[in-house]
Write a protein that binds this ligand. Structure first.
Ligand SMILES: Cc1cc2nc3c(=O)[nH]c(=O)nc-3n(C[C@H](O)[C@H](O)[C@H](O)COP(=O)(O)O)c2cc1C
Length: 346
């Protein structure tokens, strides 16, 4: 992954790389996410038949070839001209779950088409103007999305001091869905004005379920009490995330928060995790701590910047191959064998 990050650094203008890679505040959480997985230690099982390891699983019932998903990320055209369409092609080829951001730079139907019938989920930022969110959700449902991800950690966008002079506007980006939808009724084209609703509360889960008829996964959960509340409010899944260190700086690393959330949920719904996943061993650790699957953010953008769809495939393939090896070495030939007892309490 470090090699790919260097290749992305070479492929992108400095400010574009900074825009995609940075985090909030002092980058404490951004760094800690990666280090958090490094702190977890494993207790591999001996003498298990691992002659036929297989990492296929399901995410909310949808079949995937590996417990590795593409995290929702907007603005992908900053990384590559084909943006989210290239990422979707790679996800479809690799058999992993794709997610599409509200801030996608390619139209939802084009991304859906590139998925060729494979599962994908739509990430929802509930905007101040709810009618725009309604239209976006309708478009996602119509295009065949399998679930919604409600991002719950972004009542407003955190300050990123290292981007003081940079804004998405400078990359001459068209936010395919937001600008188009806003332009229809209001005449607005300034997507900076289409902000997340800071008054959003727990009623959003039921609202989105009613609106879409789809399962809703709540993303940005770090606290066990919030996880319980998600279950009580009808969420179908929980996504342990601190937005890759791009929201509240000093928020706990996801590797540190995951175990308590899993315990609080007590198998009522599936739990996913993202933030700092950089190797197949990290994937194994995520599952061992109770996640159904892990999602990957920035490394996908490095692959995309370096070589479009092929670069993203390279990233997914590397993680999947490493994960298969890690499963075999841990004595856990199936994802369902990757259980809590593999984690050493040190
Ligand atoms: C450039 C960029 C754009 C992102 N855009 C979104 C977004 O639109 N919606 C969202 O819920 N999360 C967004 N995220 C957060 C990711 O979904 C994910 O939580 C995070 O990147 C995972 O951490 P990692 O990059 O260390 O793998 C974005 C992250 C990056 C790096």
């Amino acid at each position: 992954m470090e090699r790919l990050e260097r290749l992305a650094l070479d492929a992108l203008p400095e400010r574009a790389f900074a825009f995609l890679s940075t985090g909030a505040g002092e980058l404490t959480t951004l760094r800690d996410n990666v280090e958090g997985w490094g702190r977890v230690r494993l207790l591999p099982r001996a003498l298990v038949d691992v002659s036929d390891p297989n990492c296929r699983t399901t995410f909310l019932g949808a079949e995937v070839d590996a417990p590795i998903g593409i995290a929702p990320m907007g603005y992908q055209k900053v990384a590559h001209a084909e943006g989210e369409v290239a990422t979707a092609k790679a996800a479809s080829e690799s058999g992993v779950l794709m997610t599409v951001s509200t801030r996608t730079s390619m139209p939802i139907p084009a991304v859906a088409e590139a998925m060729k019938g494979r599962p994908w989920w739509f990430q929802v930022y509930v905007l101040k103007d709810r009618s725009i969110t309604e239209k976006l959700v309708d478009r996602a449902v119509e295009a065949g999305c399998g679930a919604l991800i409600l991002t719950a950690d972004t009542p407003l966008v955190a300050t990123k001091p290292r981007l003081a002079e940079t804004s998405a506007g400078e990359f001459d980006l068209h936010l395919a869905e937001l600008e188009g939808t806003a332009a229809e009724g209001s005449g607005r084209r300034d997507y900076e004005g289409l902000e997340q609703d800071p008054a959003l509360d727990w009623s959003a889960i039921a609202w989105l379920k009613d609106l879409s008829g789809l399962p809703v996964v709540v993303k940005g959960i770090l606290r066990p009490d919030d996880a319980r509340r998600c279950v009580d409010r009808g969420a179908d899944g929980i996504f342990v995330s601190n937005h890759g260190g791009r929201q509240l700086d000093s928020a706990a690393a996801t590797a540190d928060a995951l175990g308590a959330v899993v315990k609080a949920v007590d198998e009522a719904v599936e739990v996913y995790v993202d933030g700092g996943i950089r190797s197949g061993i990290d994937v194994l650790k995520g599952l061992a701590l109770g996640a159904r699957g892990v999602f990957v953010g920035r490394p996908v953008l490095w692959g995309l910047a370096h070589d479009g769809a092929r670069g993203v495939e390279e990233v997914v393939h590397a993680l999947q191959t490493e994960f298969l090896e890690a499963m075999a070495l841990a004595g856990a030939p199936r994802p369902s064998d990757v259980t809590r007892d593999l984690v050493a309490r040190v």
